[in-house]
Design a protein around this ligand. Structure first.
Ligand code: PGA
Length: 271
């Protein structure tokens, strides 16, 4: 069996709302998504990552729907210090976040998050039983310079070198998000077709196998992100190596997110 063919990997699609929806909009959208998802046999888990201000309201709306919740960030410290404005892992646990998105390009680039800081955050999440979704990906300049694989290797290495033995493939997820494909950073490059993403995911699993062993590489879920929508979810999810998606722009309305879920589900039930 190749690294891409595990049957046990968890599949997940996450609506990443960033700061785009207000408290009220988040509540309304969460309710509609919960209604659209509830009582259907989806071939993947579904989660919403609202802004922190709306975590509690969204959790209330998702109650008993099966839709999970992801945090957009957490404080890296074990909470002994004082950090005004931050949200701790205990708070995320209390409100019921199953996942936390870490290492996202917008935090790496706008908030200067370092490899060290990201690794600490990953460790903090793991210690609190929250599954970190570790994002990594190349910028348009790095792509133009042919550095994509090197960048991926470096960003993954920064986590695995520091945390290797502490990570378990069922308690962590990876997300390849080429910065140039994310809607907010979109460049002149056309979005990569599923085949190209699948090829890179195969490479990523090889690197993970070198860093954490072949079993880890085969068992860890590897999501994709970058302008995923109802137009392309079917293509991306039809590849074995793509275990799900982070959906930003196309999750801003419940209608477009639900349409994306339906397309993704179609790919998995067809294959
Ligand atoms: P996008 O965002 O779907 O709008 O490109 C994805 C992300 O930022 O994770």
């Amino acid at each position: 069996m190749s690294h891409g063919e595990s049957m046990t990997r968890r599949k997940l699609i996450v609506a990443v709302w960033k700061e785009k929806l207000t408290y009220h909009q988040s509540r309304v959208a969460a309710k509609q998504i919960a209604e659209g998802v509830r009582n259907r046999p989806w071939p993947f888990s579904v989660a919403i990552a609202p802004n922190p201000f709306s975590y509690v309201a969204v959790r209330e709306e998702l109650w008993s729907s099966g839709v999970e919740m992801a945090a957009q960030n957490l404080l890296w410290d074990t909470e002994s210090g004082s950090y005004i404005g931050e949200v701790t892992a205990s708070m995320l646990e209390e409100v019921g976040c199953e996942y936390v998105i870490l290492g996202h390009s917008e935090r790496r680039l706008h908030f200067s998050e370092s490899d060290d800081m990201i690794a600490w955050k990953v460790l903090t999440a793991v210690r609190h039983g929250i599954v970190p979704i570790i994002c990594f990906g190349d910028t348009v300049e790095q792509k133009k310079n042919g550095e994509t694989k090197e960048v991926i290797r470096h960003q993954l290495g920064a986590c695995f070198d520091r945390l290797g033995g502490l990570l378990s493939p069922s308690r962590v997820m990876l997300a390849y998000e080429p910065v140039w494909a994310i809607s907010t950073w979109r460049s002149e490059h056309a979005l990569p077709p599923g085949e190209e993403v699948s090829h890179l995911h195969g490479y990523i699993r090889e690197i993970v196998a070198q860093m954490a062993g072949p079993e880890f590489a085969m068992e860890v879920s590897l999501l994709y992100g970058g302008s995923v929508s109802s137009d392309n979810a079917n293509d991306y999810l039809s590849f074995n190596d793509v275990d799900g998606a982070l959906v930003g722009g196309a999750s801003k309305t419940p209608e477009s997110f639900l349409a994306t879920l339906h397309e993704a589900a179609g790919a998995l039930t067809e294959s």
